[in-house]
Design a protein around this ligand. Sequence first.
Ligand code: AMP
Length: 556
Amino acid sequence: MSKSSAFATLPGALPGLMMDRPLLVTPLLEFAAQYHGDTEIISRSVEGPIHRITYAGLWTRTQKLAHTLVALGIKPGDRVATLAWNHWRHIELYFAVAGIGAICHTINPRLSGDQMKYIIDHAEDKLLFFDLTFADAVAANCKGSPSLKARIALSDAAHKPANPVLADVLMYEDLLAAQPDLYDFPEFDENTAASLCYTSGTTGHPKGVLYSHRALTLHSYAVCTTATMGLSVHDRALPVVPMFHVNAWGLPYAAPMSGCSLVMPGAKLDGPSLFDLMDTENVTCSQGVPTVWMGLLAAMRDKGRKPKALTRVLVGGAAVSEMLIDAFEKEFGVEVNHAWGMTEMTPLGVVNTLKPRFLKQTRAEQMPQKLKQGRAIFGVDLRIVDEDGKALPHDGKSAGHLQVRGPWIVKQYLKGGESPLTADGWFDTGDIATLDPDGYMQITDRAKDVIKSGGEWISSVDLENAALGHPKIAQAAVIGMPHEKWLERPLLICVANGPDKPTLDEVNEYLVSKVPKWWLPDAIAFVEAIPLGATGKIQKTKLREQFKDFAFKSTP
Ligand code: AMP
């Protein structure tokens, strides 16, 4: 039960007579060890070989790690950083750190050196556990931080990094080997922080989101329902989404809750490597961003088949295209579920599963619904509001600022100043969206990326997705550029699919049947590569900087 409830007791109401047991995350692993003790966690290790361990084995090692942390001086509230891929040792860290009341701070290794240093100092991390892959980054960026007491490489003595700057590094396996098998984990308030993840920070400094045990546990229940990922004891899930990006969408917690087996890809996230691991380990479901699925699609086409047990993939982080859904579902019989969420939401917000009446439709009729980000789930309240904060109708047409509320949604950032919430307690996602009467939400843009043309909004995301269907375009980004008559008009920036670059007229001829005519880009430009941030999202701030001197030739 929440001890710090902000809600009043109604006069005359009777308190329920149920036990006051806290919702803590470490018992999730203990449960799996007890009742799914022989279920496997299979990982592609950073050292090379495939590694296999059961939930029972993982639980013993987690207890040894808890002893190790205490021996290294870690106390409740301390932050313990990780710079690691998806594998069994990273799972041990999730549960051991949180189990002793400390906080597992997962750092995104794709951050720049300055950003990495900034968040280590901001979080005041005491320890840093890192994969051998990141030894050079640690040597370059993770020194001189006043809070850091020790750095530990996630491997054994045989793999000690040779870099002399890392001479003082401790080796994980050596530390664990010296510790006893049993640890008596304490029970404490479920509102205690368990993990920390910084936002991708495309503007300003990244901000720390501090997840509580309660939020992570409730979120795990949501992940297991069939309205979302439907994780079950029959599944073997392969989260491609990294454990440093919003707790791998909650899978390391939800899998032990459901008894699902985990297959962890380590550092190899390319299509052929994922195909092989999925195929040999009979993976049934997998979760990741669209670019990952493009890689797997190429590998499936290469082999002429899907990984043999794969039935469904969850796509989030960026909008999924019709082409990708069709290729997976029609060519290979693998169901695609679109999903949306964010770091501030632990991260699950909506997932697209079709209600019965849509199942009676033809594929073509279903597609607009499948392309929406997903359907409301219990635990995440959604609303859309206009510029003045006035609620807009859920008619599937009115687009407004998407705001959310719920027990696994941020209320304040770590060391944050002003509350990020609205006066009436909602969190503004920064996304622009529609909501339909069935509860399906569709993102039309980021608030800061929407193109304001003559008082109307043009969705840069929709334009990008439409442009991506053109055979001569490999990658596309759309930004609004100043325009003397319309205030802003769209500039389409592309990476061409080969030497033959399409003209603006050619592209617009293709787009005219797909988007409103007044949305058609006024200019097209080609670049070698579209800049992507640490979580794979297009960095429009960089593009705006790159094209700051651009001017439309004539008023259309
Ligand atoms: P992050 O906190 O890095 O996970 O980023 C969250 C943001 O990613 C959201 O606010 C959206 O702008 C974007 N996003 C996540 N999922 C989707 C999706 N399925 N379609 C479009 N944008 C998405």
